[in-house]
Design a protein around this ligand. Structure first.
Ligand code: B12
Length: 214
């Protein structure tokens, strides 16, 4: 069994090779994927954020830690997805325009896949019109919007307005999330739901589609 505290340290220190190796060993040893993410990887990124705030870390360190997180997620993500069962509905997900943060969005996406949803991930920095286009192309039940910057939160409102203008708002439920997003903000912009983490995203998605828990 690998030492999982070293996974926390590897993400914190931006050591992508070690993060990837420990995640691979852990997955092979049968460690629960959600546990790996929730107990070691996300807390490491939280600490990265704390160090960034007090100027112990700068953008290069953020990038290295993000790379280590992604390297570890490569192994964990398929397992999160495999924890699911029946197709429960269709979801289009993306980080809104102007925002490049995609780690949380990727976790939400993987857990939704794990919850049995068919997920179309539009990536990061997604313009409102691309979400509208995706509604036409994929006919999702839900749209999930992620934002990590206070300055990109208005892009969530713009996206909802674009869905309204295109006449497709009534066809989809819109869930929003990301560290600066709050329930009050979600209500104010006319979203259907707000989730503070990926697990909540899955349970809300289930509520909206009437899907049963996997
Ligand atoms: C990693 C990181 C980066 C990386 C991103 C790499 C990547 N590929 O994602 C890089 C280095 C690129 C980066 C850049 C910048 N960053 Co940055 N970054 C972070 C950091 C440290 C971690 C974010 C993260 O991945 N967290 C881990 C994930 C798992 O958490 P999460 O995203 O919150 O997601 C969870 C929930 O929120 C929720 N969720 C997320 N999305 C959704 C969606 C739905 C629908 C639902 C229901 C739930 C949900 O579920 C997720 C899992 O449980 C945060 C600090 C922090 N603690 O948040 C700063 C932070 C977000 N960054 C910040 C800043 C300022 C920047 C820059 C402007 C820095 C600069 N000067 O250039 C740029 C902006 C670039 C851009 N245009 O987007 C600030 C934002 C401040 C603010 N209030 O706006 C933060 C808060 C750091 C700080 N304390 O100052 N950053």
């Amino acid at each position: 069994m690998p030492d999982l505290d070293k996974l926390y340290e590897a993400v914190l220190n931006g050591d992508h090779k070690t993060a990837s190796a420990i995640a691979k060993d852990a997955v092979e040893a049968g460690v629960d994927a959600l546990d790996l993410v929730a107990r070691y990887m996300v807390p490491a990124m939280d600490e990265v954020g704390r160090r960034f705030e007090c100027e112990d870390y700068f953008v290069p360190e953020l990038l290295l830690s993000a790379r280590a997180m992604k390297a570890a997620l490569e192994y964990v993500r398929p397992l999160l997805a495999a924890q699911g069962a029946q197709p429960a509905g269709r979801v289009v997900i993306g980080t809104v325009k102007g925002d490049l943060h995609d780690i949380g969005k990727n976790i939400v996406s993987a857990l939704l896949e794990g919850g049995g949803f068919e997920v179309t991930d539009l990536g990061a920095d997604v313009a409102p019109e691309r979400f509208v286009e995706a509604v036409h192309t994929h006919q999702p039940d839900l749209i999930c919007l992620s934002a990590l910057l206070t300055v990109t939160m208005p892009s969530m409102r713009n996206t909802i307005q674009a869905l309204e203008a295109a006449g497709v708002r009534g066809k989809v439920k819109v869930l929003v999330g990301g560290a600066p997003v709050t329930r009050e903000f979600a209500n104010a912009i006319g979203a259907d739901g707000y989730g503070e983490n990926a697990a909540v995203a899955v349970s809300l998605a289930r509520q909206f589609t009437g899907a049963q828990a996997a």
